[in-house]
Design a protein around this ligand. Sequence first.
Ligand code: IMP
Ligand code: MG
Length: 185
Amino acid sequence: MSTALTPEMQRRAAGCNLRVVFDEETIAARVRELGQEITAAYPDGDLLVLGLLKGSFIFLSDLVRQIDRPLHLDFLVASSYGAGTVSSGTVRLLYDPETPLEGKHILLVEDIIDSGRTMQRLLTLLRQRAPASLTVCALLDKKLLPEPLPELRWTGFPAPSAFLVGYGLDHAEDHRHLPFIGDLI
Ligand code: IMP
Ligand code: MG
């Protein structure tokens, strides 16, 4: 998965006690491919790319620059349920896109799908907004769901069952800014 690392990257990974799982070049090459596939998949219609904050922010900004067609960009912030909170099975949006979703092609961009619960709840909510289409592009997928989500069309990489950080992903808000994806050692 990881190719040769520059001495600078080795130093930064070691300084954070991280093992590099996907290096910068590997990520960039895959993001280029995803951008090309997404460009080809939407021949016409309004495309609204929705990035789920905060985890998707670096992936989102790299990905949209590889999409060669007009698009609009907005964000979603979903509430997370703390330990001990009984989930109602719904999700609350702390920030909702300013523009209506109705009739638009919605591409939801997420950092990582773990249990899949966050994404399942969000999709339930967004389906009610009557978009022309609703599709997910996730950078990483741990593939824990018994049935893949029907909306999940693009995945950057299958994720190992480790806790991954960097390239937007955090552990207690640390490591988001790293240009590679690593696991804590
Ligand atoms: P899910 O609802 O279990 O699929 O969890 C998805 C959310 O949990 C993601 O949007 C991440 O914010 C977070 N998450 C899950 N696994 C990881 C990980 O390995 N590293 C960092 N964040 C993670
Ligand atoms: Mg997240």
